[in-house]
Design a protein around this ligand. Structure first.
Ligand code: SAM
Ligand code: SF4
Length: 346
């Protein structure tokens, strides 16, 4: 490799607004055993298994990205625990820690966590985000089409094996906004980190409307009926790239990810890859970049494939738009894109 090429391929990825990319999310499958109202379409068309990148190919891509500044990898889906081999993949990713990778995380619905928590811990997983949108068993079933009990069992098992967890709760007006206080009380009692998430226009049925969004202010007002709520302003509590705005309720931390009413796009350090190799520079990007052939070539060590991939990715990341509101504004008269959260992984 000549000097010029070496410099070029080891450069970090940064976009036109100066935001360096440090976090990579990999959706390892679009399949899921849940049918969350705010996520899954009524009749999902699953990606074909033979179209998915193998874990070996995904590993080569992760290695490539870590050598260009990625410090944190989150495994997501669909439901990541539904893809066979995911635990081994996490164990394999540990090798990238010597190249600068600091954290390997997973986002899961926790249905299978009772079964997998111990193995995930042994594989070196650093932490888990778990989705839980209701503590009422009937409401949970209406929201997800699945039972609540295995999820609560999965949460307990993860705690027992010593995996740090955060709970993510998406709220929808008129559906589960009555869960703000029950979830808050539960998080205080169980000493669990809870983050409420504003509903985003990424649902499979494309029925999102701003009327469904439970805003940060609505959440704070509801919490304030029972707790003393204060904003946490110190830097240690609020890292610049953390999407959650941090509060304390009676001294217990609580986060709110308010993409709609307080977008955090200004400090976004994330990029995403779907299970079939579609790369997204933004959760709301109207179009991804198909990298499947390039990633396969990289994994097969085809000469110059790394340089080609570097140029393609670097150019696409550079052109990342300013964020959610800018994209919404630009596309307001165009049909919405087909990708939904179960493909891109949140
Ligand atoms: N199946 C796993 C789970 O549910 O945790 C991982 C994939 S899921 C797509 C990742 C995250 O996206 C979850 O926390 C989920 O609540 C969130 N999510 C899905 N659809 C959403 C939407 N329309 N708005 C906001 N968050 C959403
Ligand atoms: Fe499945 Fe997660 Fe989407 Fe729910 S949010 S349908 S658990 S991928």
């Amino acid at each position: 490799m000549n000097m010029m090429t070496e410099l070029e391929t080891e450069a970090r990825f940064v976009d036109q607004f100066g935001r360096s990319k440090r976090k990579l999310r990999i959706s390892v499958t679009d399949r899921c055993n849940f049918k969350c109202l705010y996520c899954m379409p009524e009749h999902p068309e699953w990606m074909k298994k033979h179209d998915l990148l193998s874990f070996e190919q995904l590993y080569h891509f992760c290695d490539f990205m870590v050598r260009r500044g990625i410090e944190s990898i989150r495994i997501t889906g669909g439901e990541p625990l539904m893809r066979q081999g995911v635990v081994h993949f996490i164990a394999q990713l540990q090798q990238l820690k010597k190249l600068g990778l600091k954290r390997i995380s997973m986002t899961t619905n926790a249905h299978y966590l009772g079964q997998y928590a111990q193995a995930l811990k042994q594989a070196g997983l650093d932490d888990l985000n778990i989705s839980l949108d209701s503590l009422d068993a009937n409401q949970f079933k209406q929201l997800t089409q699945k039972e609540l009990a295995p999820v609560l069992d999965g949460i307990r098992t993860a705690q027992d094996v010593g995996l740090p967890i955060k709970i993510n709760s998406v709220l929808m007006n008129g559906i589960n906004d009555n869960q703000i206080l029950p979830l808050a009380r539960w998080s205080v009692k169980e000493k669990i980190n809870l983050r409420f998430i504003e509903f985003m226009p990424l649902d499979g049925e494309r029925k999102w409307s701003s009327a469904h969004v439970v805003s940060e202010q609505q959440i704070l007002d509801t919490l304030a009926t029972e707790f003393a709520v204060t904003h946490q302003l110190n830097d240690a509590a609020q890292s610049s790239s953390d999407p959650a705005r941090q509060y304390l309720m009676d001294g217990h931390p609580i986060g709110i990810i308010s993409t709609i009413t307080h977008s955090f796009c200004g400090t976004c350090d994330r990029v995403r890859l779907t299970a079939q190799g579609e790369f997204y520079n933004c959760l709301f990007a109207p179009k991804g970049l198909n990298l499947k052939a390039e990633i396969k070539a990289l994994a097969a060590s085809i000469p110059l494939s790394e340089l080609g991939l570097h140029r393609t990715v670097s150019n696409y990341i550079w052109n990342k738009e300013q964020g959610f509101h800018a994209i919404q504004q630009r596309l307001k008269n165009e049909p919405s894109r087909k990708i939904s959260m179960h493909m891109i992984g949140g």
